[in-house]
Design a protein around this ligand. Structure first.
Ligand code: NAD
Length: 249
């Protein structure tokens, strides 16, 4: 890709998404920071601009298909193209299976699963239409294939993200569009604080390399690596960004 790339990052107002936005901008890409939270999303844009980078905020509710389509349209209106779509926005969705709060269950599916599906579809259609051999990166989790107590709905969504990534990668390959799932383990962001009282946070910390929660900057580095043309062999894959979480007993 010789032209300056355009990257759209959902959940760009906080945690992993904010660091991914900063990383892409530092590398010279133009970034669309997309989030439900306008104030914090604008803060990410301000941070990028303070470093001399190029970014815009677009408000999105990823649980609504028309909102995600409008986001992709807006990115192209602003910058003329879309090379990277990072479907990253997500919520915790905690609660044991027999005590499911069904409102939260459905909300978790709507944001974490349907939100990613809408992003794949909208970005895939736009890249195909514009003839762009782009990459769609979806934030999965080690919880997409490892069960942990009290996170029933969350597991369902992250398992779905992994299989949607593989399925879309297969179908978008003829257009030169890659689709990759990035699976973090235990990352130090606001979302994980919801697990503090269950003791899950301590057990997670004990399982990762170095004994500390992963920094969101480190996950952002992996997302960036996967986006590069040099990563052209990586599609349909689950790329771990978990500091060993899923590999250590
Ligand atoms: P975070 O809470 O810091 O960031 C999530 C962002 O998503 C927030 O800015 C929030 O406003 C936004 N968001 C939530 N619902 C939205 C909606 N409907 N529309 C638009 N934006 C919405 O958490 P994070 O840890 O940075 O999470 C980012 C992704 O990483 C999530 O998909 C999460 O499941 C995944 N993940 C996190 C961890 C971890 O340990 N933190 C581990 C594995 C995977």
């Amino acid at each position: 890709m010789s032209e300056q790339r355009v990257a759209v990052i959902t959940g760009g107002a906080s945690g992993i998404g904010r660091q991914v936005s900063l990383k892409f901008a530092r590398k010279g890409d133009r970034v669309v920071v997309a989030d439900f939270n306008e104030t914090a999303g604008q803060e990410t844009v301000d941070l990028i601009k303070a470093e001399g980078g190029e970014a815009s905020f677009v408000q999105v509710d990823v649980s609504k298909q028309e909102s995600v389509e409008a986001l992709v349209d807006k990115a192209v209106e602003l910058y003329g193209r879309i090379d990277v779509m990072h479907n990253n926005a997500g919520i915790g969705g905690a609660g044991p299976v027999l005590e499911q709060n069904m409102d939260l269950y459905h909300r978790t599916i709507n944001v974490n699963q349907h939100g990613v599906a809408y992003g794949i579809i909208a970005a895939g259609r736009k890249m195909k239409e514009l003839g762009i051999k782009g990459v769609i990166i979806n934030t999965a989790s080690v919880f997409g294939f490892l069960a942990s107590p009290g996170t029933f709905a969350y597991h369902a969504t992250k398992g779905a993200v992994i299989m949607m990534s593989k399925s879309a990668a297969l179908e978008l390959a003829p257009y030169g569009i890659r689709v990759v799932a990035v699976a973090p383990g235990a990352v130090d962001t606001p979302i994980i604080q919801g697990y503090k009282d269950s003791g899950l946070l301590d057990s997670m910390r004990a399982k990762v390399m170095g004994g500390e929660l992963t920094k969101p900057e480190v996950v952002a580095d992996t997302v960036y690596l996967v986006s590069l043309d040099e990563a052209t062999a990586i599609t349909g894959s689950v790329v771990m960004a978990d500091q060993g979480y899923a590999s250590f007993k």
